[in-house]
Design a protein around this ligand. Structure first.
Ligand SMILES: NC(=O)c1ccc[n+]([C@@H]2O[C@H](COP(=O)([O-])OP(=O)(O)OC[C@H]3O[C@@H](n4cnc5c(N)ncnc54)[C@H](O)[C@@H]3O)[C@@H](O)[C@H]2O)c1
Ligand SMILES: N[C@@H](CCO)C(=O)O
Ligand code: NA
Length: 430
């Protein structure tokens, strides 16, 4: 039966995502009402700069006092699309204290403080939903939290940052250098004025922390995620990748250890074979593989950023939390009962592609091979190309602990016959 008293929604932030949320709430009001079972009313929109013209956004709803809006007492749901840690954290907590459920797109905050926010939501009997925080429009948080709640997820591997995928794709397909590709990403509106969070891997690491936490029923924070950005990937790395039948992607990888007793989460550039489905994820798209014991391998693909796709995920959450409100219930909260330790990067088992500039004389290859053997790292392939008394030596290893692989590289750097390490890249997806 349809309820006539509307559910009241407060929107915090009216930028790229918020303005699309307001637009869709207005244009699709009838459908949203039918799907929820009650009308939803945009009761207020908190902004920082009220003078900015926002096409289609009802002017009378605009306020600069976000705190007063969430404290009003008649708000059923707060949609937080401001971003950053503060004031978002305090506003969300205040919303819970005043009985409102919260829908947020804020991966930085959730990766930093998810546990405390979930606890606060639970204490006040309200929901905290955040599908938009990971991979934009792609349904991933709720499939992991709900659809796969009966399975055992062993691995989540994917491209979760659109800006960096766009840059790497340009470098691969057009031979552009990093800064040229970044300029194009900025001109097209993918990269922000300060692209640090994207290119240094912070954005992807926050998403990896959220995904690992849900997938492994374990608390994983941003600090637990090993993070390497993509600013040092060069055209030479792409040339090496091509020779191996690979491309380079910035990957987020969350894994359960083989013995099941610990987990790892990491973000770094890696070579993947061109035959791997992630290799064909182009431009600013995202794609995530989930490997679960019973389900096998699942792939989620789609637009991971942008106002309208991200608003789609926010609206999906809004419908869900409104339905819960009407039912007098809440959806699933934090599930961290497994409490598995998060192992450091050194314990991750992976493969390296190492390109060395060496002296081209007898015994050098044997010397290099000895360093690998001394660190217990087994070599898969070696390729050598000589020119003018120097040679480029490309070694691809078998799987070994990351600590042993990086110690091998350090020892190689100390050899007189090794003139330089031209590129080191992990190899994934095989
Ligand atoms: N843009 C995307 O593609 C995308 C995708 C997924 C998730 N997100 C997340 O969505 C959130 C919003 O992102 P965005 O791209 O819309 O950012 P944005 O910068 O375009 O919008 C944020 C808005 O919040 C306003 N704001 C700042 N402080 C405020 C305050 N105290 N009160 C009210 N308003 C305030 C800003 O003026 C700005 O207009 C972030 O958490 C972001 O990580 C964005
Ligand atoms: N800056 C992010 C936005 C989506 O979280 C990206 O490029 O993917
Ligand atoms: Na999503």
């Amino acid at each position: 039966m349809m309820r006539t008293r509307p559910l009241k929604v407060a929107l915090l932030g009216c930028g790229v995502v918020g303005s699309e949320v307001a637009r869709i709430m207005t244009t699709h009001a009838d459908d949203l009402t039918a799907r929820i079972g009650a009308p939803v009313e945009l009761a207020g929109i908190a902004v920082r700069r009220p003078s900015r013209v926002r096409a289609g956004v009802p002017e009378e709803l605009i306020t600069t006092d976000a705190t007063a809006l969430v404290k009003r007492g008649d708000i059923d749901v707060v949609v937080e699309v401001i971003g950053g840690l503060e004031p978002a954290r305090t506003l969300i907590t205040t919303a819970f204290e005043h009985g409102a459920s919260v829908v947020s797109a804020n991966k930085a905050l959730l990766a930093e403080d998810g546990a405390a926010l979930h606890a606060a939501a639970e204490k006040h009997g309200v929901d905290l939903y955040y599908e938009a925080a990971v991979a934009g429009a792609i349904p991933l948080v709720r499939p992991l939290r709900e659809s796969l709640a009966g399975d055992k997820v062993n691995r989540v591997l994917g491209i979760v940052n659109g800006t960096t995928n766009f840059i790497l794709d340009k470098m691969d397909t057009s031979g552009a250098g990093y800064s040229e590709a970044l300029d194009e990403a900025t001109a097209l509106g993918y990269a922000e004025a300060d692209p640090t969070a994207d290119v240094e891997g912070f954005d992807a690491a926050a998403k990896a922390a959220i995904l690992a936490g849900i997938a492994f029923h374990t608390r994983v924070r941003l600090d637990d995620v090993h993070r390497e950005g993509m600013t040092e990937v060069t055209a030479a790395d792409f040339a090496s990748a091509k020779q191996m039948g690979c491309t380079i992607k910035l990957l987020a990888i969350c894994e359960r250890a083989a013995d099941g007793r610990s987990v790892t989460a990491r973000v770094h550039p890696a070579m993947i074979p061109l035959t791997h489905p992630l290799a064909s994820v182009r431009e600013a798209y995202n794609a995530v593989f989930v490997e679960a014991e019973a389900a096998g391998q699942l792939m989620f693909y789609g637009p991971g950023a942008g106002g309208s796709p991200t608003a789609s995920a926010v609206l999906g959450d809004l419908v869900a939390v409104c339905r819960n409100k009407l039912a007098g219930a809440t959806g699933p909260g934090e599930s961290a009962y497994a409490a598995l330790p998060v192992s450091p990067m050194g314990e991750v088992v992976t493969r390296y592609h190492i390109s060395l500039d060496v002296a081209d004389r007898p015994g050098v290859l044997a010397q290099v091979a000895t360093v690998f053997a001394e660190h217990g790292v087994s070599i898969d392939t070696v390729r050598q190309q000589g020119k003018d008394g120097e040679a480029a030596l490309v070694v691809v290893t078998h799987r070994a602990a990351d600590a042993a692989l990086s110690a091998t590289v350090e020892a190689l750097r100390r050899l007189d016959t090794v003139r330089g390490v031209a590129s080191i890249m992990r190899v994934e997806g095989e």
